[in-house]
Design a protein around this ligand. Sequence first.
Ligand code: SF4
Length: 215
Amino acid sequence: MTQKERYAFILKYFEEHAPNAETELIYDNPYQLLVAVILSAQCTDKRVNMTTPAIFAQYPDVYALSKATFDDLFPLIRSISYPNNKTRHLIGMAEMVVADFNGEIPATVPELIKLPGVGRKTANVITSVVHQQPNMAVDTHVFRVSARIGLTVNATTPLQTELQLLKHIPKDKVHIAHHWLILHGRYICVARSPKCGECGLRPACKYYAKLVKAS
Ligand code: SF4
């Protein structure tokens, strides 16, 4: 199977089986999504979703959050990984959005990555989820699943994975392909023991082909 055929198979499969894939983070607007994505680093979406309602109730917008003190906010996110850093990042992010962006969450990657706590992955998530921009956020699932299937070849960094995926996935499908790969990694192609027996991508998967050959 050529690389072109592999991509075509995978994209067609997901289009048929997960046409409405979307983030599992719960949010109502770009501000809430940005807070949730910052909190989600090294943490499950489930845990983030348990935490954000209290934050959004107390800090309904970026102006309110920009006035929060560390001691006010910290107790609301102490159950999440790296609460100290995340508390500082959230307040710093809100302060900068108010001071430099008129209270509007920026809509471009170069602007977003200026904000505390926002790296390339987070900026790609925000711009692809909110604005459907063709930006591919590579987290641990996207990185692993892409390599196993063979969508990437010898990619050793998230950036290499991102660039290889962008080369092959049509622009109008990039934003949803991010969710396809994440959700596949979260529920089927899991880290320790991928559930190949129940995976519809077997005909195009390099990892599975090796398993078959070795058996
Ligand atoms: S066949 Fe196995 S390794 Fe390949 S994508 Fe599916 S679960 Fe992952």
